[in-house]
Every structure is written in structure tokens, then in C-alpha cells.
Design a protein around this ligand. Structure first.
Ligand SMILES: Cc1cc2nc3c(=O)[nH]c(=O)nc-3n(C[C@H](O)[C@H](O)[C@H](O)COP(=O)(O)O)c2cc1C
Length: 166
């Protein structure tokens, strides 16, 4: 069966005008507090105007110790993040394009300098590449909750990313 990529589709209840999906891509376009810079809104609006059927944000940190060591990570770890995120979402929705928030926690795949503490993970095993000291969370990591409800930022759906350093 062949499907036309430009055909509409419904994905997890979200109507897409086509099947062109911008995959989650960390672009380093948030400020030091983790709020989206205007250029992030510009980028997603540009993708929406270009015809993307769905945009997935780059991973957004759910806790300060889950930040990546690359600069400019979008954060969604406290109430102050809601209004800036909502403005971003509303700008994309105004262009008739859905946007999904990808949540992330870098676990052991970050650096102490980026998070101000020893990186945490479900076990103390060091990451092969990062090779830094890792603090075991005794599995409470798996129960980490999200303090900010994505719906409050107008995101219709969320996508988790706990695959790499966790
Ligand atoms: C600069 C860059 C940033 C990325 N950031 C993320 C991310 O935040 N979350 C994620 O799940 N994947 C991320 N990826 C992976 C991409 O979403 C994509 O799966 C990967 O690039 C493979 O697709 P491609 O072959 O079309 O490049 C990133 C990739 C690149 C190159």
C-alpha cells in the first residue's frame, strides 16, 4: 500500500494536513533561563509556512539536572516557562500547524558544569562517551513527575525522550 506524503492524516487524535513531520531537533534557541528566544518562534513559523504537517520541538528539559550540556536548551521545568512556551505554540497554531512538545532528561549524558551537580541516572554506571561521575537515583528517576502540564502551554501532545542518558 502506498501513501501519498501530502495526504492528510490523524496521528494520536491530531489532524495533520500532510505527513511531513519535522523531527525533534535541538537547535539551542532558548535563552539561559530556558525560555524560547524569538528566533525559535521564527524557525518554527518558517517550518509551518513551508508546509510542515507537524512540528516536534527539540527536547525540553523537565528538571534542571536534566539539562544537556549544549547551550540553549528549551526548559519546561517550572511555571515561569508556561507563558513563553504558550506564545511559541500559539504562533505555530496561528499558521494552522500542530506542534508537539518533546520532553527530555539527559540523565548521565550531560556534564556537571552544565547542571551544577553530579549527573543523575537510574544507576551509577558511567556513560561511555561522557565518562563523568554519575549519581544513582535508586530508581526514583523513573517516577519523576512533570511539574508543568503541557496543556497549560497549549501543546496538544507531548513526546518523551528518555532514551539516551537514562
Ligand atoms: C542537531 C540535531 C539535534 C537533534 N535534536 C534532537 C532532539 O532534541 N530530540 C530527538 O529526539 N532527536 C534529536 N535529533 C535527532 C533527529 O530528530 C533525527 O532523528 C535524526 O537527525 C535522524 O534523522 P535524519 O537522518 O533525517 O537526520 C537531533 C539531530 C540533530 C542533527
Amino acid at each position: 500500500m502506498s501513501v501519498d506524503v501530502f495526504e492528510s492524516a490523524t496521528l494520536a487524535g491530531v489532524r495533520l494536513k500532510n505527513r511531513v513531520i519535522r523531527s525533534a531537533t535541538h537547535g539551542g534557541l532558548a535563552d539561559a533561563q530556558g525560555f524560547p528566544l524569538p528566533v525559535m518562534e521564527w524557525k518554527y513559523a518558517h517550518l509551518a509556512r513551508g508546509g510542515a504537517g507537524l512540528i516536534i520541538t527539540g527536547y525540553a528539559g523537565v528538571q534542571p539536572n536534566g539539562r544537556c550540556h549544549f547551550p540553549g536548551m528549551l526548559m519546561i521545568d517550572r511555571d515561569a516557562c508556561i507563558d513563553p512556551a504558550r506564545r511559541l505554540v500559539d504562533a505555530v497554531h496561528a499558521l494552522d500547524t500542530p506542534i508537539v512538545l518533546q520532553l527530555g532528561h539527559c540523565g548521565r549524558q550531560t556534564r556537571r558544569q552544565a547542571i551544577g551537580e553530579t549527573p543523575v541516572a537510574p544507576s551509577a554506571v558511567r556513560d561511555r562517551h561522557y565518562n563523568g561521575e554519575t549519581r544513582c537515583l535508586n530508581c526514583s528517576f523513573c517516577a519523576v513527575g512533570l511539574d508543568v502540564e503541557p496543556a497549560r502551554c497549549h501543546f496538544g501532545r507531548i513526546k518523551g525522550r528518555y532514551d539516551h542518558g537514562t
